[in-house]
Write a protein that binds this ligand. Structure first.
Ligand SMILES: CC(C)(COP(=O)(O)OP(=O)(O)OC[C@H]1O[C@@H](n2cnc3c(N)ncnc32)[C@H](O)[C@@H]1OP(=O)(O)O)[C@@H](O)C(=O)NCCC(=O)NCCS
Length: 161
């Protein structure tokens, strides 16, 4: 399925002072402040709690200078991974941090011998679509009126091997 969005890309610069750690229920209040700044329909505290208590969940935080600036939540089956949420603080987007966070997730998937990643994206979320396109995701399906506001979803897949 053709979905290439024309854009000028620049090489992503890696921030050397970035670190990562597990995202646990204790971190939810902090993450919620970012989540609510970023999304029109943010996850609730209960959604984060349920996900983080699920043993199939992978979740990490991206930290710079002791500040949480990003996070992801993914769930895995024996064959594949669904990336449920990946988010960078709005003041730090488009500086390469999302790519670093995704690379960190990819390392975890490699360790689990998982090489297929799925994600659903709102059709209007052009910056996220560009992000996934740059990471090598392919458009495999669209779901009409998938979201509660009537918006379509784009289903993307990445095969890492
Ligand atoms: C999507 C998101 C995680 C990407 O993280 P990021 O740190 O902003 O992305 P990066 O800086 O690593 O950018 C990598 C590529 O993504 C695309 N991109 C990221 N932000 C963009 C923006 N604001 N406008 C256009 N393209 C953008 C570009 O192709 C970029 O490559 P380039 O630097 O060569 O232009 C982040 O923008 C975000 O948190 N968005 C809000 C939450 C969200 O929509 N999450 C995804 C839900 S499916």
């Amino acid at each position: 399925m053709n979905w290439v969005i024309s854009t000028k890309t620049k090489p992503t610069t890696k921030r050397i002072n970035t670190s990562f750690r597990d995202f646990t229920v204790r971190d939810i209040p902090l993450v919620l402040t970012i989540e609510r700044l970023v999304y029109d329909s943010p996850w609730s505290q209960a959604q984060f709690t349920d996900s983080l208590n699920n043993p199939k969940t992978l979740s990490s935080l991206l930290i710079i200078d002791d500040q949480v600036l990003g996070y992801f939540v993914a769930t895995h089956s024996p064959d594949s991974v669904d990336l449920l949420n990946i988010c960078i603080h709005p003041e730090h987007q488009h500086q390469g941090l999302g790519t670093q966070l995704f690379d960190y997730l990819s390392q975890q998937l490699q360790a689990l011998s998982l090489n297929t990643i799925f994600i659903e994206v709102r059709a209007s979320n052009k910056s996220a679509l560009l992000f996934y396109q740059k990471l090598g995701f392919n458009l495999i399906d669209s779901r009409k009126k998938y979201y509660s506001n009537g918006e379509d979803a784009k289903i993307l897949r990445l095969q890492t091997r």
